[in-house]
Design a protein around this ligand. Structure first.
Ligand code: SAM
Length: 347
């Protein structure tokens, strides 16, 4: 199989494809630092740096299209019946590639709020456009913590394939256990699926769409039969001094209010008092990490590790996201944080 990776960043999908023996024949990203990391790890030949808009015509034939695309608001200018207009957005570039190259499969990844953004009309537009290109589209909300990573990271994964039998690839029979009998029966009766334009305010955590119609349900979230990996198990033993907080910060942390509670699996030890700017949490390591984000600011993450206070290291970021420790070695430590935060965990 041959893959094309759009919005490739540092190559989260690339690592997964390499492991599965799927050959990436073309990849693109706009960001110079992400592109440098990509080329350093995977070579120069398949990667093109620049705005995707300029390269649509040169994308080669492929079987699998992957993309963790940036979430931009669609225009409501052409809005009718809750279906918005995707023209001029990065999502439209994905659609152009699908229309031109007709890959057998696609795998797209995005943030959870896509399901409820703009009262569901954003996701409805995506489903409507994708399912009208001759693909059976399936989505499911997945959490990195259920895949052996110590992070609470919920992401929506959307797959498409040319198999027109309404069938689920992202769920096992057990996962469908939560669905009502009616919902289960509905899956195999396409005639009874709803029109996408009649969607509600938010989409559920799983569903199928085909030819402008869809069915959905709240499927079981992965059980805790596999307990999440704890953050403390992936920590570096002797991180560099630069990751530790200064005396000033530690003094301020002392004025924090004790919380000592787990929230979504994340251990919160203290919250700082004293206005919005100071209202940061201090996390423990007995649980998992909160979602890593693309912000480079060290203020958002303060961890108490043993008796010391520090931020996570770039290597810990790599491990939390399922990348090799040295994946971003060719750029500064500081610049690594947002790239890992933006990436799709290859796992
Ligand atoms: C959510 S990140 C995807 C990260 C990637 N999946 C990974 O594993 O690192 C979105 C990426 O889209 C890129 N991007 C944004 N606008 C773009 C454009 N017009 N053309 C190409 N890439 C773009 C960003 O630089 C960023 O790396």
């Amino acid at each position: 199989m041959k893959a094309v990776e759009l919005f490739a960043g540092i190559g989260g999908f690339r690592i997964a494809c390499d492991e599965l023996g799927i050959k990436t024949v073309w990849a693109n990203d706009l960001d110079p630092k992400a592109s440098e990391v990509y080329r350093q790890n995977f070579g120069e030949s398949e990667h093109i740096e620049g705005d995707i808009e300029a390269f649509i015509e040169q994308i080669p034939a492929h079987d699998l299209l992957t993309a963790g695309f940036p979430c931009q608001p669609f225009s409501s200018a052409g809005k009718k019946l809750g279906i918005e207009d995707a023209r001029g957005t990065l999502f439209e570039n994905i659609v152009q590639v699908i229309q031109k190259r007709k890959p057998k499969y696609f795998v797209l990844e995005n943030v959870k709020r896509l399901l409820s953004m703009d009262k569901g009309s954003h996701f409805a537009t995506i489903l409507d456009i994708l399912s009208s290109q001759g693909y059976l589209v399936e989505w499911r909300l997945l959490n990195a913590k259920n895949f052996g990573l110590p992070q609470n990271r919920e992401r929506i994964v959307i797959i498409g394939h040319k198999d027109h039998k309404p069938k689920t690839y992202l769920c096992s029979e057990d996962d469908l256990e939560n669905l009502s009998d009616r919902e289960r029966t509905l899956i195999s009766h396409f005639d009874h699926w709803k029109k996408i334009e009649d969607h509600g305010a938010s989409f559920k955590n799983w569903g199928l769409a085909l030819n402008g119609k869809f069915c959905q349900g709240r499927v079981t979230t992965f059980s805790d039969s596999m307990p999440p990996v704890k953050l403390k198990s992936i920590l570096e033993r002797k991180p560099d001094e630069s990751f530790f907080f200064t005396k000033d910060t530690i003094e301020r942390i002392k004025n924090s209010e004790e919380v000592n509670r787990f929230f979504n699996g994340v251990e919160i030890l203290y919250n700082q008092k004293g206005g919005a700017r100071m209202g940061y949490s201090i996390f423990g390591t007995a649980g998992i990490a909160p979602t890593l984000t693309c912000t480079a600011s060290r203020h958002y993450e303060r961890y108490k590790i043993g008796n010391e206070f520090r931020r996570l290291t770039n290597i810990e970021y790599a491990r939390i996201q399922g990348f090799p420790d040295d994946h971003c070695d060719c750029i500064t430590r500081y610049n690594q944080y947002p790239l890992y935060g933006n990436a799709v965990p290859p796992t």
